[in-house]
Ligand binder design. Structure first.
Ligand SMILES: Nc1ncnc2c1ncn2[C@@H]1O[C@H](COP(=O)(O)OP(=O)(O)OP(=O)(O)O)[C@@H](O)[C@H]1O
Ligand SMILES: [Mg+2]
Length: 570
């Protein structure tokens, strides 16, 4: 068996590290870079390429190049590259293959095992997609570890004697994680995690792009949004501008020959002041208040209890992010406690070392993590005497320390009931179907008996990777059904193309609420309601397309309204 390598598979960049004599060593890629762009492409020769080589062709061959695929992991969305469709897992596996090849060449040994980091707020489905990507790339994923936890490990291993409450704020290219943990003499105990899977530097680039595009449109009356190359150029330049504004007060965006106006080439020129940029990203950064408060609350701590703030991820270099955190927590995050770019991968290599017995028990470091979402099943319940079969019954509450196994016992609801269908959901809503559907299974062969007499035991095991196993048992016979909820089937029910919903009969009544919800989703302003809102929007669309009853659609609409009102109140 090979040594285990640590891999930070990021939205924008990826890194590799291995533990040597108790110390993490970051491994460079073939080009000598420690930070590899998370970009995959098809070369002129038709070969799959990754990293900087692929990033370089983004402008020239946008159709043959893919970036930021992490956001799609665990979804059914396909990615097109060179005219062919790929799953997000496949694209990720190409990047992984490249990284592993770099590691093998650098270390001069075979590598077939890895620890891969994921955002703490990644769902069960997203985690499984990462394991699958590893498998496709030819490595066994020995452990999935949460990115903020990895950062804490990296800090903790050099500060074993400290006892602190730590808040890790990880804002990268595409995701935000807030994790609160307690450090006590080499034992790191994660207390709570919260976050937003769709918030990061990418959104700041996009806001700058929108600003420039609007300005260009009003100046020249030309809309370039369909020009893929122009958009790529603009994106690249906006990211450059954003990064410059972390140290400068002003940046001039200049893109010569940006578009043709009346057959003449025109340039895009825009002077951006830091203040303007801050006003564009303020709503995004301010929306992170919610996860911070939620993580603190779930950890049972007040902001005054936090001794140490670790800033992780490239986007925490933005001065406004630092000011925001300081105001929010009443304490300045000290820079240079950890390297914001490499701390996660260093932590991954420490976790790999622990699994590989490279860190002895005496001077060992111990870490426990939590599950970020509530997990449960839908059950039939009588509310005011009326049966309701969409009640979410919690089995593992969010922020329970993992690994964990919990069981609940349910009775049959009909006389001579032969089978039960168990549907598994993840989320924070009382109504099961508005949570994230993970999977279902059927337990049959229940012996005939009057209602409530036969009992079924449902057991949930959440392993150290944050992956769920479900088991159902008929107590009287001992008959068992196990399921590991698979990556496919993330979307509820069968695949239908939801895009056509606007043409479905009766769709007008739902247009306003859907548009509003989608706008919030797009802007990443939904906080931890993201999954709920997304699910409800999909349910309404699917309902419209499938000719669902008006009453049911209206119920979804009301639920959605309620959440949107709640968000507006905050
Ligand atoms: N100096 C800087 N100022 C502002 N933003 C920066 C700076 N340096 C890097 N970034 C941004 O940080 C992001 C990349 O950060 P990082 O590499 O930590 O993310 P990632 O690990 O790829 O993403 P994630 O962890 O969300 O999956 C990019 O959006 C990049 O533009
Ligand atoms: Mg990251």
């Amino acid at each position: 068996m090979s040594r285990i390598i640590g891999i930070d598979l990021g939205t924008s960049t990826s890194e590799l590290a291995i533990l040597e004599e108790g110390v993490p060593h970051v491994i460079p890629n073939h080009l000598g870079e420690y930070i590899t762009p998370s970009v995959v492409g098809i070369s002129d020769e038709g070969d799959i390429i990754a990293g900087s080589e692929a990033a370089e062709q983004l402008l020239l061959k946008p159709e043959d190049t893919v970036m930021e695929v992490k956001r799609l992991m665990g979804s059914n969305t396909k990615v097109s590259m060179g005219g062919e469709e790929y799953t997000p897992q496949e694209i990720s596996s190409y990047l992984l293959k490249y990284l592993i090849q770099c590691a093998e060449d650098h270390l001069d040994e075979k590598i077939d095992r890895g620890v891969i980091t994921v955002p703490a707020y990644f769902s069960d489905t997203q985690r499984k997609a990462v394991v699958e990507a590893g498998k496709l790339a030819g490595i066994k994923v020995e452990r999935i570890i949460n990115e903020p936890t990895a950062a804490a490990l990296d800090y903790g291993i050099d500060h074993m004697e400290e006892c602190n409450n730590v808040l890790v704020y990880d804002l990268g290219g595409g995701t935000l994680d807030v994790t609160v943990l307690e450090m006590f003499e080499g034992v790191l105990e994660v207390k709570a995690s919260s976050g937003n899977n769709r918030l990061g530097g990418k959104d700041f680039d996009n806001s700058l792009m929108d600003y420039c595009l609007d300005s260009f449109l009003s100046k020249y009356g030309v809309d370039v949004t369909n020009d893929k190359r122009a958009m790529m150029r603009l994106k690249k330049e906006c990211e450059k501008c954003k990064i410059a504004l972390s140290t400068e007060q002003e940046y001039g965006i200049v893109l010569p020959f940006f578009a043709e106006v009346k057959r003449k080439p025109v340039s895009l020129e825009e002077g951006i002041e830091r203040q303007l940029f801050e006003s564009l990203i303020k709503p995004y950064i301010d929306s992170t208040r919610e996860p911070i408060q939620r993580a603190l609350q779930d950890a049972g701590l007040k902001k005054e209890d936090i001794d140490l703030i670790l800033l992780v991820g490239g986007s925490t270099r933005i001065p406004y992010v630092r000011t925001f955190i300081e105001t929010e927590l009443g304490k300045a995050p000290r820079s240079s406690l950890v390297d914001p770019d490499l701390t996660v991968v260093r932590g991954a290599s420490i976790q790999a070392g622990i699994l590989d017995d490279k860190i002895s028990n005496e001077d060992g470091i111990m870490i426990t993590d939590v599950c970020p979402y509530t997990l449960g099943v839908s059950i039939l319940s009588y509310i005011g005497g009326i049966p309701d079969n969409d009640v979410f019954d919690v089995i593992i509450p969010r922020n329970t320390t993992i690994p964990v196994t919990k069981e609940k016992i349910y009775g049959t609801v009909h006389d001579n009931q032969k089978a039960v269908n168990i549907e598994v959901f993840q989320g924070e809503n009382k109504r099961a179907s508005t949570n994230n559907f993970l999977g279902k299974f059927r337990l049959d062969g229940i012996p005939p008996a009057p209602e409530f007499q036969q009992k079924v035991k449902v057991g949930f095991t959440y392993d150290a990777n944050g992956i769920l196993q479900v088991e159902g048992t008929i107590i009287s016979t001992g008959k068992k059904v196990d399921i590991t909820i698979e990556t496919t089937g993330v979307e509820m029910s069968e695949e239908i193309d939801l895009d056509g919903w606007k043409d479905a009969p009766g769709s007008r009544r739902y247009r306003a609420v859907i548009n509003k919800a989608e706008k919030l989703l797009e802007q990443g302003e939904t906080g931890f309601y993201e999954i709920d809102i997304d699910t409800l929007v999909k349910q309404i669309k699917r309902g419209l397309l499938m000719g669902e009853k008006k009453e049911i659609l209206n119920e979804y609409k009301e639920d959605l309204f309620e959440i949107l009102y709640d968000l507006e109140d905050d």
